[in-house]
Ligand binder design. Structure first.
Ligand code: PDD
Length: 285
């Protein structure tokens, strides 16, 4: 049976229980991170932990353990679950207290975590995916990685019911991000993506891909772009911890880049794969 992390303890999955008055359950009052594991190692760990600390700071939520201690526990969780390529999910809530909106006094933050095997590039993978354009109805602090994901959940479900893998969100004429990913377009060889402000989550994969683009001398513009630019882009792709770099080949009923992944996405995927191969080799030695 899978092992989970509850506070500082490792427990069999069926012994994981949280209080019914946990504020994560009642208010979505908490934060989370999802970190990729390659070859048993936490990928881009420092960036994830920095984002976690930022999310906690923005919500004035106390982290229950030091980053060093938390990292050790996550690494142990990987080992206990024998994860090779996988995903670690963990969340921290403001704890359990009688249901009142105000921050509770004396409640202790509650941490829970789990790890799953997630082989790379599961279907539909590199062939490219279909997405739907959906209204972005979320709140105005999408930069915080909170447990409140209803706007994202509703968008993803609507996209799914339209036969799409993902929802690309727009506020008015502006494309923001996906329901669980960031969005890039390519126009005349230049990468364009929404700036990291309050309207999007600053994805760790987004940051990594911006770094890869720099290494490959691909020009980047972090600026607002419109739904018209999305539909007329030479290429579109999404990035996230799970999806890595995934080309988009169709939006609603319109083909993008003739329905095939584009050359810039291909270069970034190759560079991404090289980096993962390097990590796997290092893990073996
Ligand atoms: N989702 N934007 C949103 C709204 C997201 O939920 C995510 C990630 C991203 C990409 O961030 P990153 O590259 O750090 O994974 C962007 C995660 C994986 C999830 O909720 O499962």
């Amino acid at each position: 049976m899978a092992t989970i992390l509850y506070q500082d303890q490792f427990l069999p999955r069926d012994r994981g229980r949280v209080d019914m008055e946990d504020r994560g359950y009642q208010f979505g009052d908490g934060i989370y991170e999802a970190i990729r594991v390659y070859g048993g190692r936490l990928f881009l760990l420092d960036l994830h932990m920095k984002r976690l600390e930022r999310s906690a700071g923005e919500l004035r939520l106390q982290l229950p353990y030091s980053i060093g201690h938390l990292t050790d526990n996550l690494q142990t969780l990987i080992e206990k679950n024998k994860i090779d390529d996988g995903l670690i999910y963990f969340q921290i809530t403001r704890g359990a207290a009688p249901r009142k909106h105000l921050f509770p006094e004396g409640a202790e933050s509650v941490l829970t975590g789990s790890a799953i095997n997630l082989p790379r590039r599961s279907a539909p993978g590199e062939a490219g995916i279909k997405v739907s354009l959906i209204d972005d109805i979320r709140w105005l602090r999408c930069d915080i990685k909170t447990l409140n994901l209803l706007g994202n959940v509703l968008a993803k479900q609507e996209a799914h019911e339209q036969g799409s893998e993902e929802a690309i969100l727009h506020r008015g004429n502006t494309v923001t991000e996906g329901s669980s990913c960031n969005v890039f377009i390519v126009k005349e060889g230049r990468l364009v993506t929404h700036p990291a402000d309050h309207f999007i989550l600053n994805g760790i994969t987004r940051l990594f891909v911006l770094g890869l683009a720099k290494k490959l001398s691909i020009p980047v513009e972090e600026r607002l772009f419109s739904t018209e630019e999305l539909f007329s882009a030479d290429e579109v792709f999404i990035t996230s911890t799970g999806a890595e770099v995934t080309p988009v080949v169709r939006i609603d009923n319109q083909l993008i880049a003739g329905g095939r992944p584009g050359a810039v996405a291909r270069r970034l995927i190759d560079a991404f794969n090289e980096e993962v191969a390097r990590i796997r080799t290092a893990a073996l030695s």
